[in-house]
Structures are given as C-alpha cells and as structure tokens.
Design a protein around this ligand. Structure first.
Ligand code: RB5
Length: 148
C-alpha cells in the first residue's frame, strides 16, 4: 500500500521553517511533496494555499503543512476550500486537539512567530494523533466540510 504523502508549502515568511521541517520529515522517513516557495523573495501566500488545496483535492497528498509569517494569512486562504480544515496552532496541545477534535488535514504554523523546537513538536504530534470521531465528527459535519 502506498504511504501517505505530506505536502509542504509556505510563502517567504515561512520558507526557513519549511526547510527545517522538510529535513525533519525526511529524517523520519516520510514521503513529502514540497510545493514551494523556494527562497526569500516576496511571494503571495494565497498562491501557496491554493497549491496545497490542489494537492489534497487531487489526492497527491493526504495532509499538509502551511507556513507564512504568522500563519494567519495562509490559514484564512486555505480554509476557503471546503475540503480543507487548516488549523493554525501554537503549541503541542493545540496541535493535538486540531487532530483529535477538529480532524484538521492541514497544520498551519507561523514562521516568524514560532521557535524551531516547538514547530517540530507540533508537526510530530499532528502526524501521530488520530481523529476521535464521535461528537467531534458531528460537529465537523455540521460545518459542511467534506472529509477527504
Ligand atoms: C508576508 O510579509 C506576511 O504578511 C505573511 O507571511 C503572513 O504573515 C500573512 O499573514
């Protein structure tokens, strides 16, 4: 059975953290899809949220990580797609609850607001935590969000 692919995308405000998390995922043997950006030149975060949405919609990736300077712009942009549940988290607890309660399929981080070690913890926990279902499934369904 093919392994789940994790997509990564950021704007220039998140490119350093993206690169660090990419190394971490490669080290831990994950399959990943890097959707850019590649360098410090200024780009527009909605373009990278769109690339992430397309990767998930098409099935090229099961879930993803989006990063901009604060995580705010790129999470707003990503949540415009009905099958995306993008959660901007700030620590291990919110990363865990984003999965167990909200069934988030995209982890969002702030490249200029979060330290590297906290970001690595958030990513690990996000990838390891299952959705609890039950009452939480009812709530996710009430938002009209299609599950991928
Ligand atoms: C880019 O300068 C910055 O606005 C962006 O990375 C993000 O923080 C927006 O929410």
């Amino acid at each position: 059975m093919p392994r789940d692919v994790i997509a990564l995308a950021s704007d220039h405000g998140g490119v350093d953290l993206k690169s660090l998390l990419k190394d971490e995922l490669l080290k831990t043997g994950h399959d990943l899809l890097d959707l850019g950006t590649e360098g410090p030149q200024s780009v527009d975060y909605p373009d990278f949220a769109e690339a992430m949405a397309e990767a998930i919609r098409s099935g090229k990736a099961k879930n993803g990580v989006l990063i901009c300077g604060t995580g705010i712009g790129i999470s707003i942009a990503a949540n415009r797609y009905p099958f995306i549940r993008a959660a901007l988290v700030n620590d291990a607890t919110t990363a865990r609850l984003a999965r167990s309660h909200n069934d988030a399929n995209v982890l969002v981080l702030g490249g200029r607001t979060m330290g590297a070690e906290v970001a690595k913890d958030c990513l690990k926990i996000f990838l390891e935590t299952p959705f609890e279902g039950g009452r939480h499934a009812r709530r996710v369904e009430k938002m009209g969000l299609a599950r991928t």
